[in-house]
Design a protein around this ligand. Structure first.
Ligand code: NAP
Length: 476
């Protein structure tokens, strides 16, 4: 077989599929919107191409010399008003670019849902994308899945947060609707399986796990596994409000909680089981999928997470070194220490997530909560791994822009701000001692941006000075 293109490779499912294809010896081209050296480091055997599906020219170049392409793109993060039109445009472009390049197959992972009933906008859009891709001459295989359970998946983390943190959970009426969750392991098996089974080209399959459950039952099983008694109270639900509250109390942003919750109003259960004729393996049950995800979390081995894909406006984020005349404002806080650069750096790389910011955590969290209220990403995103850090990883409301071992960690702010901000940790070694610095870089946007910088300056002074002191103290 020729080269395989994986779109949405920076996302949750694409990021799991790429290593599986590489391990099976396929030649893989990975398509991302924003190139970063982190991808080449992560998948040294893959070719990386940067292309936006909304740009036909870029897509046509990305699809050159491709035999089969996975379509794993959605635009949900653009929010309710924009995602459906963006998704259609991306699918039309993809169909045209695939035809121009005479590729052999497209494999698309979409959503389950009875096409005869009134579907949520997200599920409707997933079906429209399938229809659009199928209009061309290229053979399209459609896989349709309900919610996907795995370490780092959005659905898993919503369930996890609700059950872990709240003894009483408000259950809307529509939470009794049936759903057929599937484990991420099985999704990847089906994605690879259909590629390796030519008879599945031009077919559409429903894929699901062993169980058909309601949202309330899923919460209950999770609570049992945690040995926690939870009370479920029926609740009058106005969905936008319920999903907004959901986004405040879980790490998942509002556009995603809303589409997931809207989707729960529709029964999402496999209607055809023909996939079993081609790929007759036994999928995991919901409970098995949860246990596997819990194990991964405990072992700190989460490969991809819903937060890997960028929030809107940050996809093609300007890098600090791309600012023409450098940032307008910059403040440096530093100290000298005799501690080793390697121990200082190890400590720096542990910040955020469950470990917190070493002191004054409430201030960092309050900033995150304000961001969440403003429909930003918030601090609850935490981090994928407690110990490892790579370029592009998320740390609360930051994203790693640059990482140079024992020298520099550069974080780009993804919270709502009237400007662009970076926080840089820098270690300069001058033989007998080290200079440990935190540098705040800020490029204001308009008058409000300037007001923001000066208003928070005293707070930064206090926070950052304390932060470097804590890092120094904890570096052993
Ligand atoms: N996760 C689930 O529970 C679930 C369930 C059923 C079906 N699915 C389907 O599985 C597929 C992948 O979902 P996922 O969970 O992996 O999503 P995800 O983690 O949110 O990733 C979405 C991907 O789409 C890319 N993307 C968005 N707009 C793009 C554009 N204009 N051009 C190029 N790339 C673009 C994103 O790239 P950036 O990083 O650049 O933004 C990201 O890689 C989707 O079709 C979804 O409907 C998912």
């Amino acid at each position: 077989m020729g080269k395989i293109l994986v779109t949405g490779a920076s996302g949750y499912i694409g990021g799991r599929l790429v290593p599986e294809l590489l391990a099976r010896g396929y030649k893989v081209k990975v398509m991302v919107r924003a190139y970063s050296p982190g991808y080449a480091e992560l998948w040294p055997d893959a070719e990386i191409v940067a292309a936006d599906a909304l740009d036909l020219n870029q897509l046509t170049i990305a699809l050159k010399d491709i035999d089969a392409a996975y379509y794993l793109i959605h635009s949900l993060r653009l929010g309710h008003k924009e995602f459906a039109s963006a998704d259609i445009k991306a699918a039309v472009n993809f169909r045209i670019a695939a035809e121009t390049n005479k590729i052999n197959r497209i494999i698309y992972l979409g959503g389950l849902g009875d096409t005869q009933s009134k579907l949520s906008p997200h599920l409707q859009s997933r079906i429209q994308v399938a229809e659009e891709l199928k209009k061309g001459k290229v053979q399209v295989t459609v896989l349709r899945a309900a919610i996907i359970i795995g370490s780092g998946s959005a659905s898993y983390e919503i369930i996890q947060h609700l059950v872990k943190r709240f003894p009483v959970i408000l259950i809307p009426r529509w939470a009794k609707t049936k759903c057929q969750p599937i484990a991420i392991r099985d999704v990847v098996k089906y994605l690879v399986g259909v590629l390796e089974t030519p008879a599945t080209a031009r077919e559409s399959f429903d894929i699901g796990g062993k169980d058909i459950l309601s949202y309330a039952e899923m919460l209950n099983i999770r609570a049992d596994l945690l040995n926690k008694k939870r009370f479920f109270l029926p609740f009058f639900s106005y969905l936008p409000l319920y999903s907004y509250i959901g986004s405040l109390i879980t790490p998942i942003p509002a556009p995603i909680t809303r589409s997931l919750m809207e989707g729960l109003k529709n029964e999402v259960v496999c209607q055809n089981h023909t996939i079993r004729q081609y790929l007759p393996f036994e999928p995991l049950s919901y409970k098995e999928a949860i246990i596997r995800a819990m194990n991964r979390e405990e072992q700190d081995r989460i490969h991809t997470r819903w937060s890997d894909a960028y929030p809107p406006a940050h996809v093609l984020a300007l890098k600090l070194n791309e600012l023409e005349n450098g940032p307008r404002y910059m403040n440096t806080y530093f100290l000298y220490t005799t501690k080793e650069a390697s121990s200082l750096f190890r400590c720096i790389c542990r910040i955020g997530g469950k470990e917190g910011w070493f002191s004054n955590n409430w201030i960092w969290r309050l900033r995150g909560m304000v961001d969440k209220i403003l429909l930003g990403v918030g601090a609850a995103r935490g981090r994928k791994s407690r110990t490892n850090l790579r370029i592009n990883d998320v740390i609360d409301y930051w994203r790693v822009e640059d990482l140079q071992k024992d020298i520099r960690l550069l974080l780009r702010a993804e919270m709502k701000l009237p400007g662009k901000a970076w926080m840089e940790f820098k270690i300069d070694d001058d033989g007998s001692k080290r200079r440990l610095a935190v540098i705040a870089h800020y490029q204001p946007q308009g008058f409000l941006g300037k007001v923001y910088w000066y208003t928070f300056l005293p707070c930064h002074q206090f926070l950052f000075n304390d932060l470097i002191m804590q890092i120094e103290k904890r570096s052993d």
